[in-house]
Structures are given as structure tokens and as C-alpha cells.
Design a protein around this ligand. Structure first.
Ligand SMILES: Nc1ncnc2c1ncn2[C@@H]1O[C@H](COP(=O)(O)OP(=O)(O)O)[C@@H](O)[C@H]1O
Ligand SMILES: [Mg+2]
Length: 213
């Protein structure tokens, strides 16, 4: 999936979050977005997800500005998302969390069981699938989030500070797994991070944001 920002500005009332930002993430790219806290990293993720609209400028998905609800939904279904704070539903098991997300993106009902099994096995969560999020360690939880993201066979994975709550070993494992998805499946990856060691460890494109005010 190709994402193009064309002179995008986003203000929250009087607060400027990003200003006149242009970049292109091509199909199959692995791109890091870095910058200090408050520089607009999460804003970019929310703009791509269409959770918020730009104040000015355009965001093109595969060369097109999505306009109708259907176009926005169709794009959303192809995007897997992982967050620093996991965002799992606490009273559903890991398996149920993955199933719910598949349901939300309208994954074909008859393929849901296999999609869950495959994602669970890939992320080595066979012994955790019937547990609740509160019963997992941080590293396991982030693997569960990744299982939820990859179960939908995404064309794009958005990862917003996914290593923020992980120790270095788990952080590195997560990044290795994203690299694997990118190389083996051609999934486009956009990952925000302020961990310089992670940026340095992979030779990938980096979008550097600054905080102006
Ligand atoms: N919903 C909001 N309302 C008002 N200001 C916001 C909102 N979300 C983010 N901001 C502001 O926009 C700027 C960028 O925030 P954010 O995108 O979360 O940065 P980052 O993820 O890099 O820390 C910050 O100054 C932040 O305070
Ligand atoms: Mg953020």
C-alpha cells in the first residue's frame, strides 16, 4: 500500500501538530518516523487511519484521495495497527480479541478460524490464546497485538511506538518480526519510534520530525 502526504498540515485548535509535511511511503517500504515527544508521530498514524482529517493538504492512498465511506473502510480493512499500550479488550481472551478485529474488518466469516490459528502459531501464542490480556507479560502482549494485526493479512502495518513498553530483547524481537513481514510478505511498514538504537540497527528510510514550539 502506498501512502503519500502532500503538504499536510494538522492543527488542533491553536496547536500545530504537523506543518506542511510531504513524504511518500511506497508499496513494500519499511519506514521509520522519529522525533521527540509531541512532534506529531501519533498524529500521522491517526491521519493515515482517517481517524482525524488534515487541516490542509492531502493524503493519498495508492495514488487516490479516499472520499466515500466505502473507500475509507476498504483502506482501513487492509491496515493492521499496533500501539505502545497494546489496546486489547481486557475482558476478551487473546483469541477473542483477534476474532473481534477480524469481524470489524469484515474478514470472510468462514476463514476466521484459520486466520486466528495461523496468526497464533506465527507469534508462538498457542499456550496463551485462551488467556486474558491481563494474564500476559508485556512481550507476550505485544506479540498478541501483532497476531491481531497480521491475522487480517494487512497490506500495511502501522506501529505507533510499539516498543515503548518492552524491554530491549522483546523490542528487538518485535522489530525483527516486522522486518520479516516486510521482506517475506511485502507488507508495507510504518513504525514510529524515538529509540535511536532501533533506527540504527536497521538500514531503513527515516522520516525525522522536529518540534517547532
Ligand atoms: N487531540 C488533541 N488535542 C489537542 N492537541 C493535541 C491532540 N493530539 C495531539 N495534540 C498535540 O499535537 C502535538 C503532536 O502530538 P502527537 O502527534 O501525539 O505527537 P507524538 O506522537 O510525536 O508525541 C502535541 O503538541 C500534542 O500536544
Ligand atoms: Mg505518540
Amino acid at each position: 500500500m502506498e501512502i503519500k502526504f502532500d503538504s499536510v498540515t494538522k492543527n488542533y485548535g491553536p496547536i500545530s501538530a504537523i506543518k506542511d509535511l510531504s513524504f511518500t511511503v511506497s508499496q513494500g517500504d519499511f519506514v521509520f518516523i522519529t522525533g521527540p515527544s509531541g512532534s506529531g508521530k501519533s498524529t500521522i498514524i491517526k491521519l493515515i487511519l482517517n481517524q482525524i482529517k488534515p487541516t490542509s493538504g492531502h493524503i493519498l492512498v495508492n495514488g487516490k484521495i479516499p472520499k466515500t465511506e466505502k473507500e475509507i473502510d476498504d483502506n482501513r480493512r487492509k491496515i493492521g495497527v499496533i500501539f505502545q499500550d497494546f489496546q486489547m479488550i481486557t475482558d476478551l481472551t487473546i483469541e477473542e480479541n483477534i476474532a473481534l478485529n477480524l469481524d470489524i474488518v469484515n474478514f470472510p466469516q468462514d476463514q476466521i478460524p484459520l486466520a486466528i490459528d495461523t496468526a497464533i502459531k506465527k507469534m508462538k501464542l498457542q499456550n496463551r490464546r485462551f488467556l486474558f490480556p491481563g494474564q500476559l507479560s508485556g512481550g507476550e502482549l505485544q506479540r498478541a497485538c501483532l497476531a491481531r494485526a497480521i491475522a487480517i493479512s494487512p497490506q500495511l502495518i502501522l506501529a505507533d511506538e510499539p516498543t515503548g513498553n518492552l524491554d530491549p530483547v522483546n523490542a528487538w524481537n518485535l522489530v525483527k518480526y516486522l522486518k520479516y513481514e516486510n521482506e517475506k510478505r511485502g507488507t508495507t511498514i510504518i513504525m514510529t519510534t524515538h529509540h535511536l538504537d532501533i533506527l540504527k540497527s536497521l538500514d531503513k528510510k527515516v522520516i525525522r520530525l522536529t518540534k517547532e514550539n
